[in-house]
Design a protein around this ligand. Structure first.
Ligand code: GLA
Ligand code: ZN
Length: 685
């Protein structure tokens, strides 16, 4: 007999979440857009704190995250608590009317915990136990770690539940660790018993007949620790699923305690965009407010599009509710190899982009630049050089701009186009041993997003099993793994009159990560009217594709040997061993819907033409014609136009409009200087 698997914390109670969501809404309704950053007063003597608060007030800061890495100051020795300093900090902030997002310090335990209880520290796949001396060295499973976490969380919640500054809980920080220790191995077995019930079923799902991997006892089942060659792909996928769930459990036990001791205070934690180690879709229901950390890379020309896509993901994870941009950098970070600064214009446009895409909070890491520690060269809202700096003045200016955008706070973005993305499919499609390591679901997603974004078409980022009825255009850029039920959900789009576009290397695997036998994409062959028999990664020279509709082009990376079974062929291969075979197809459905299939990676201009065709067919358009580098998006009744480029651009407006930021009225053509933005209220719309 096996013991019962360790019970996992259940998802948050919907009533408690609704109360947290309502308090966040009330917070924003009372203050307008939230503005601020991480505040780490423990790095500074107490004399500095009043100056911090005065400068925050002058900058329009109304929200700070406190205590993310304070455990060592709160409890310098086991059980020896020192909270007087935090009392003082919270009092100062409350007196100034600055709301506090109070963190639980679980991301970084003090050295004594690692020394007294080595099993609280994580083990890497090679079996090496992580040392303290950095951060995030914890094992998410360790009962001793959890016990200490919950003890300090209880102390904080009991002491500050009724503190006037407390406005939000920030559980841990950037959950993302994966541990391979024996405790995690045992918890993994429990997780697998819950998923599969029996060892026979586990053996079937993992396909252990291959390479003699059959398990005869649960104790033989291990995490994918360092091994001589490729791991079992389903074992790897399940470990990713488990690791994400295990971290979520560590989040949940803290969130539950906070909700019990301080009911109604919104609970969140900070996501990291398309972070590869956690399935945020499966977490989103546990956060009262979705929060994200976004560090734009000044060296990346695709950064604006990447940011917009990530923001749309965050808004979509929260079912369209406003979200919080919890961290970004005012200028350079310290963790890239060569850290470029950012311009003041970019900093403002990037923040306004987040607002336009649904954020109600714009925050930075961090308020005052550290002089010591690993992040001493990370930019901040108050740089080493102090307040008399261009950078700090731009921080103050931004506070003023955000205060003029009260009208958008709490409002939504209405999208009729959806892009489909699923973490588990991303994981499975990236597993070693695949036909190519160049097919990445996030790359495919970004490539499909960019043309829509350039046209100002608002997009939600949805799960394949999500509610799709509100969308006229649904794009599946790459979905390697899909369940039958989710495939059927997507197939209904063209059947009910919508436009569906499916990209290459999709519906290849089932949820066990087994390849679906038969012509591909199995569950969609009929709805698309096309089917294939071979995935064919392309040589560097690519493949020639002919098309009357889109123009001839050279496809790269990928091709497929297809046969049209009822679909029109809109483009076909001319070489690469595929001469005359379909490359792009479209099946017209009796409902008026369309089902497109794209079997390769076209150049961006061709992909843009394809997507424009699809958007036209779906009747989905942007609010204005956008010149290059100008992004348009409507949130509530405000039309944001953002020029992220270095040239002045002119936008023709259909209506006269007034800019909430500059206060000016624009009759027809709007001149948008480089790195600038407007938030327009249109007349007569
Ligand atoms: C993350 C962390 C912060 C800080 C910043 C630096 O977002 O949450 O504590 O390390 O990165 O960019
Ligand atoms: Zn562990």
């Amino acid at each position: 007999m096996q013991p019962d698997p360790a019970p996992h914390a259940p998802p948050a109670d919907p009533t408690a979440r609704a109360a947290g969501q309502a308090s966040f809404t009330a917070l924003v309704a009372g203050r307008g857009l939230l503005y601020g950053g991480d505040y780490n007063p423990e790095q500074w003597p107490a004399e500095v704190w009043p100056e911090d608060v005065a400068l925050m007030t002058a900058a329009g800061v109304n929200l700070v995250t406190v205590g993310v890495f304070s455990w060592g100051r709160l409890e310098p020795q086991p059980g020896a608590l020192d909270l007087a300093w935090l009392d003082r900090v919270l009092d100062l902030l409350a007196e100034a009317g600055i709301a506090v997002d109070l963190a639980t310090p679980s991301a970084s335990a003090p050295p004594w915990l690692a020394v007294d209880h080595p099993e609280t520290s994580a083990v890497n796949p090679d079996g090496v136990r992580m040392s303290h001396g950095s951060r995030n060295h914890f094992c998410p499973t360790s009962p001793v770690f959890r016990e200490h976490v919950l003890r300090i969380v209880r102390v904080l919640a009991e002491r500050y539940a009724d503190h006037p500054a407390l406005s939000m809980w920030h559980v841990g920080n950037e959950f993302g660790q994966v541990c391979y220790c024996d405790l995690c191995a045992e918890a993994f077995r429990g997780w697998l018993r819950q998923r599969y019930g029996t060892l026979d079923e586990l053996n079937r799902a993992w396909g252990t007949a291959f390479w003699s991997q059959h398990h005869g006892r649960w104790s033989e089942v291990v995490p994918p620790r360092t091994a001589p060659y490729l791991h079992n792909p389903t074992q790897e996928l399940d470990y990713r699923r488990f690791a994400s769930d295990q971290l979520r459990d560590l989040y949940r036990v803290q969130a539950d305690l906070l909700r019990e001791l301080a009911p109604g205070v919104p609970v969140t934690t900070n996501f990291m965009g398309f972070f590869p180690l956690v399935d945020y879709r499966s977490w989103a229901g546990d956060l009262d407010v979705v929060a994200d950390d976004w560090y734009a890379d000044p060296a990346d020309p695709r950064s604006p599009a990447r940011a917009a896509l990530t923001h749309d993901l965050m808004r979509s994870l929260g079912d369209g509710r406003p979200w919080a941009l919890m961290e970004q950098a005012t200028s350079a970070v310290n963790w890239r190899p060569h850290n470029l600064p950012r311009s003041a214009g970019t900093m403002l446009v990037d923040s306004l982009r987040a607002v336009a895409h649904g954020a109600d909070a714009i925050c930075y890491f961090q308020w005052r630049a550290s002089v010591a520690g690993a992040e001493r060269f990370h930019s901040a809202m108050l740089p080493h050089a102090g307040p008399d700096t261009d950078l700090h003045r731009s921080v103050v200016d931004q506070g003023a701009v955000l205060s003029r955008l009260r009208r958008v706070a709490g409002t939504r973005v209405d999208a009729r186009a959806a892009l489909v993305f699923d973490w588990q499919s991303w994981w499975a499609g990236r597993a070693p041993g695949s036909p190519s390591d160049r097919m990445d679901a996030v790359d495919q997603l970004l490539a499909a997003y960019e043309p829509l974004w350039r046209e100002g078409i608002a997009v939600d980022v949805v799960h394949p099993g999500g509610e799709l009825d509100g969308y006229d255009l649904v794009v599946v850029p790459g979905l390697y793994l899909v369940s039958d039920a989710d495939a059927a959900n997507l197939a209904r789009v063209p059947e009910r009159g919508g436009v569906l576009l499916v990209g290459p290397f999709s519906a290849v695997a089932d949820p066990d990560a087994h390849v679906r036998a038969g012509r591909f994409p199995g569950p969609w062959a009929e709805v698309l009217g096309v089917s294939g028999e071979q995935h064919r990664p392309l040589p560097e020279t690519g493949a020639q594709v002919r098309s009357d509709r889109f123009g001839d082009f050279r496809a790269v990376t990928w091709s497929e040997l297809l046969r049209a079974d009822g679909a029109e062929v809109l483009a076909w291969y001319a070489d690469a061993g595929l001469a005359g075979r379909p490359a792009i197809t479209r099946r017209l459905h009796p409902s008026g819907g369309q089902a497109w299939y794209l079997s390769t990676v076209p150049p961006s201009d061709v992909l843009a033409r394809i997507l424009r065709d699809c958007a036209d067919a779906a009747g989905v358009h942007g609010p204005v014609a956008c010149p290059p580098d100008v992004e348009a998006i409507r949130r509530g009744d405000v039309l944001f136009l953002l020029n992220h480029g270095v040239e002045t651009r002119t936008v023709r407006l259909p209506f006269p409009a007034t800019d909430l930021i500059g206060g000016t009225r624009t009759p027809g053509d709007l001149v948008l200087p480089a790195e600038s933005a407007v938030a327009l209220i249109e007349e007569d719309r």
